[in-house]
Ligand binder design. Structure first.
Ligand SMILES: [Fe+2]
Length: 253
C-alpha cells in the first residue's frame, strides 16, 4: 500500500490581527475553521478483498445493530480492536502516519504529545441502513477509512454538522423550511463526504456526524472507524496543563 503524505504544516507564525479591508469593500472572512482532513490512499485490491472478507466473517450472521435500519457496528458487537487484527494492522499503521501529520498541521508539538488508539471497529451498512447523528465524547480525534464507495455518495455520505451555526444569526434559520435564509458557504447547515474506497477522513471527535441511508441497492457500505486519544508524552517531566499524563504514569484506584 502506498502512502499519500499530508503536506507538512506551515512554519509557525505569530498570531496577527485580521488584515484590514480596502475602503468601500465588504469583506467576509472565515473564522475558526474546523479541521476536516481527507487523504486518498491506494489500497491493494487483494488486501482490500481480504479485509472485506474478514469483516464479513466478524459480522457473522448479524446484519444490523440490532434495529434493522441501523448499520452493524463492531463497537457494539465485540469487534472494537480491529487494529490488533493481522488483516488491518498495516492499514492502521498508515492511518496513524496521517493522524500524526494532521496533529502537526493543527500545531501540536510532536515531542510533547502521545497519540493512542482507543478503539477501532468496522461499520457495515446494508442498503437502506443508516448510522444516526452522534459524536464520540470518549475520544479526541476520530478517523474513518472506507473500503467501499465510488465517490458518488449513493452508498451513504458521512454528514457533519457544525457545533454551533452562528452565521444563521437567528437560531433555526439554516435548517428551517421556506427560507428566508438560502444556503451559502456561510450558512450551510451541514457538510457531506462521499465515501470512496481508500479514502481516509480525520476530524475532531466532538463533531456531530451521521451516515446517510445506503441507497445503492446491491452494494454494502464498508468502513473502519478509529477513536484516538491524546495524552502527554511518557517522557515529559511536567505534563502540560489540561493534557492528561501518559497512561504509564496512571495508577488504577
Ligand atoms: Fe461516529
Amino acid at each position: 500500500m502506498v502512502t499519500d503524505h499530508v503536506e507538512d504544516s506551515q512554519p509557525q507564525q505569530p498570531l496577527q490581527p485580521l488584515p484590514l479591508p480596502v475602503p468601500g469593500a465588504l469583506v467576509i472572512q472565515p473564522l475558526f475553521p474546523v479541521a476536516l482532513a481527507q487523504v486518498q490512499l491506494r489500497p491493494d485490491p487483494l488486501d482490500l478483498a481480504v479485509q472485506l472478507q474478514t469483516l464479513h466473517g466478524l459480522r457473522g450472521a448479524a446484519s444490523s445493530n440490532p434495529d434493522p435500519g441501523c448499520a452493524w457496528t463492531g463497537d457494539l458487537n465485540g469487534v472494537w480492536q480491529l487494529h490488533r487484527h493481522a488483516a488491518f494492522a498495516p492499514l492502521i499503521a498508515e492511518v496513524l502516519v496521517h493522524a500524526h501529520a494532521y496533529l502537526q498541521q493543527l500545531g501540536f508539538d510532536h515531542s510533547q504529545v502521545a497519540l493512542h488508539i482507543q478503539r477501532c471497529w468496522p461499520v457495515l451498512s446494508e442498503p437502506g441502513q443508516v448510522v444516526g447523528r452522534h459524536h464520540h465524547p470518549n475520544a479526541h480525534l476520530s478517523a474513518v477509512y472506507y473500503l467501499s464507495g465510488d465517490g458518488g455518495g449513493r452508498c451513504g455520505c458521512l454528514r457533519f454538522w457544525p457545533q454551533r451555526q452562528v452565521n444563521e444569526l437567528v437560531p433555526g434559520m439554516a435548517v428551517g423550511h421556506g427560507g428566508p435564509l438560502n444556503p451559502t458557504r456561510w450558512s450551510q447547515p451541514w457538510v457531506d463526504v462521499a465515501p470512496r474506497a481508500g479514502l481516509l477522513v480525520l476530524f475532531p471527535s466532538c463533531l456531530d456526524h451521521a451516515v446517510l441511508p445506503n441507497e445503492a441497492d446491491d452494494e454494502l457500505r464498508a468502513s473502519i472507524s478509529l477513536d484516538l486519544v491524546l495524552t502527554a508524552s511518557a517522557d515529559v517531566p511536567l505534563p502540560p496543563e489540561y493534557l492528561a499524563p501518559h497512561p504509564v504514569h496512571w495508577q488504577q484506584a
